[in-house]
Design a binder for this molecule. Structure first.
Ligand SMILES: [Fe+2]
Ligand SMILES: [Fe+2]
Length: 588
């Protein structure tokens, strides 16, 4: 007798239950999800996170000027004492100089880091939200004949209007607050913490208001001076007597592996595929493709797992062990589901920034990167772009391995600190071209530092990574580069996509990434996933390939089966790679 689905069984638990839909917008609906998020919200950890992620960085930004003013006043006072009490003056000046050496640069560096952190957390998302709301509203008006160029012009108007509105808002904010430079705020006899905090926050408001206005003007300038719009890719007719393609790669994305045989996913709940069988079928299909026409690379653009759990990562590595011919060609980047899902059963859960959970999710990604591609990707110097040790060597230098193991086994504080540093340093990873005529792959991490499950999908490429990306492209200008990134760098030329899709999952500094890529001497090919949409296009001479989900299929086209792409790439005369042909492979 089948104990699970016999006539007496209440129901068949293999097909899931309401618990599998707890965090699913498709299975449960957005309204219910919002209510449960509000109910599950932990207001104590929210307060701690707000303090550490917004208030403390704002205070650091706002108090730099009063600290510098107090420092200047102390220096002048010490200098004035020279003629009257030279010993005291000398001791005082020595102290001032020592303080400047010890704390001046680090304090300024911290203030600049926190300033950018606030921009990425507050200003950039507001700009993206405003721009997309204006564009979505404009796209509602019926105009059936709108071309990709027309849509590009409309979106340019939306960007310009959003930049002007945000610049106005920034200036209003700055004008409504007071900027205090009074050194008495930090005087030993006049110090009042309440007054100091209020002045620091007010100063931070002014700095952010002015910088928002400046950034908005920069976006405005960037938009009116750029002549590029996003266009659909049109395959060129094969040239007569054309040589064989330079390269053949498979592009897979968004596997959303689960750790249990009957497990469902966050996004679809019981309305989507169960377990990992479809992924297994996709890899078998890929092996068959490779056997008939060999692949040079298998590139996977993130969301390898559904929630970054240990069991899901073990599934990934075990799956690849069964397909060694694919594993040896595989390169992958992390997606938001791999590192930013705090709790797959509770969208209201919020992690404090130094939590062990966040550090472990990153550690699992690093473990898989090391196991799958550790010996063929290099860590680069962020300033010069020069390739350093392989990831495998880097992770084993000094006492790094010991610290990371301690994090894995005991969740140590030192291990968490080491993990933050490792994560900051390893991206972008680079798979170097074999020679000047070969091609290389740059692997970016585009996931924002998020600690709240509901906003896990937002993307940012941090400043240090951007600098390293520019340096790599600049240091080897003659080589051809492919860039792997999880988030999309351009919005599709498709009208009236939902705001949730356009705002909630955006790469908020995509223009900065595009600008860095455009500086490359040879045109760059960008491969991304995240949106589960199959699309190929270009902006200027940057070609962009958006992969469907191997598991969920292609949104807007076919979600009844999974799918992936296989590309033939040809060398361009002027250097770089060009997409010659694309094949869409469906997996039942
Ligand atoms: Fe995904
Ligand atoms: Fe994603």
């Amino acid at each position: 007798m089948d104990l699970l689905k016999g006539t007496d069984a209440l129901w068949d638990p293999r097909w899931g239950d309401a618990d599998d839909n707890r965090t699913s917008p498709e299975g449960r609906g957005w309204r219910k999800l919002a209510v449960s998020t509000a109910l599950d919200f932990n207001y104590l950890s929210a307060s701690i996170a707000f303090l550490s992620l917004i208030i403390v960085p704002a205070l650091l930004v706002g108090l730099v000027v009063p600290i510098v003013a107090a420092y200047g006043q102390h220096s002048v006072g010490a200098a004035a004492l020279v003629t009257r009490r030279p010993v005291v003056a000398l001791a005082s000046l020595t102290l001032v100089v020592a303080l400047a050496f010890a704390f001046g640069r680090p304090l300024l560096g911290k203030a600049i880091d926190n300033f950018w952190h606030l921009h990425y957390t507050l200003v950039f998302p507001i700009f993206v939200a405003l721009r997309e709301m204006i564009c979505a509203a404009a796209e509602i008006f019926p105009n059936q004949s709108m071309t990709a160029e027309g849509l590009g012009r409309l979106r340019r108007f939306g960007t310009i209007l959003a930049a002007v509105l945000l610049a106005g808002g920034g200036l209003l904010l700055a004008a409504s607050l007071t900027f205090s430079t009074d050194p008495a705020l930090l005087g030993p006899r006049t110090l009042q913490f309440g007054r100091l905090a209020a002045a620091g926050l007010s100063n931070a408001g002014v700095v952010l208001g002015v910088s928002t206005a400046l950034a908005s003007m920069y976006w405005f300038w960037h938009e009116i001076t750029s002549s590029h719009v996003v266009l659909n890719w049109v395959p060129a007719p094969p040239a007569i007597g054309a040589a064989t393609p330079a390269l053949r790669v498979a592009h897979l994305s968004d596997l959303h592996l689960v750790g249990e045989p009957y497990g469902y996913r966050m996004e679809c709940g019981t309305a989507g595929p169960q377990g990992n069988d479809r992924i297994r079928r996709a890899l078998r299909a890929l092996v068959a493709i490779h056997a008939s026409t060999p692949l040079d690379r298998v590139l996977v653009t993130g969301d390898i797992t559904d929630a970054g759990t240990r069991a899901e990562w073990v599934e990934f590595v075990e799956l690849l062990r069964a397909f060694p011919e694919l594993q040896s060609r595989l390169l992958f980047v992390p997606g938001n589901h791999d590192i930013n899902v705090v709790d797959r059963t509770n969208t209201g859960r919020l992690d404090v920034p130094w939590s062990v959970g966040g550090a472990l999710r990153k550690l699992r990604v690093v473990h898989a990167l090391d196991a799958v591609q550790g010996r063929c990707v290099r860590v680069v110097d962020h300033k010069t772009g020069s390739p350093g040790p392989s990831l495998h060597e880097y992770l084993r230098s000094g006492d790094r391995l010991m610290q990371l193991r301690a994090l894995a086994e005991r969740g140590t504080w030192r291990g968490r600190w080491e993990m933050i540093n490792v994560w900051e340093q390893i991206f972008p990873l680079v798979a170097l071209p074999p020679d000047d005529r070969g091609y290389g792959v740059i692997l970016l991490d585009s996931n924002a530092r998020r600690h709240f499950s509901l906003t896990n999908a937002i993307g940012v490429v941090g400043r240090s990574q951007l600098r390293a990306l520019k340096a790599v492209l600049h240091s080897r200008p003659r080589r051809a580069w492919m860039v792997l990134i999880h988030h999309h760098i351009v919005e599709y030329p498709i009208r009236s996509l939902g705001l949730q899709e356009r705002i909630g999952v955006a790469l908020v500094n995509a223009p900065d990434v595009l600008k860095a890529l455009a500086r490359s001497a040879s045109p760059v090919l960008v491969l991304h996933g995240h949106r589960h949409r199959a699309w190929i296009g270009r902006r200027g001479d940057v070609e962009v390939c958006s992969a469907p989900s191997v598991l969920f299929g292609a949104k807007g086209q076919d979600t009844s089966s999974g799918s992936f792409h296989v590309y033939d790439l040809a060398a361009r005369g002027e250097g770089g790679l060009r997409l010659a042909a694309s094949e869409h492979v469906s997996v039942a």
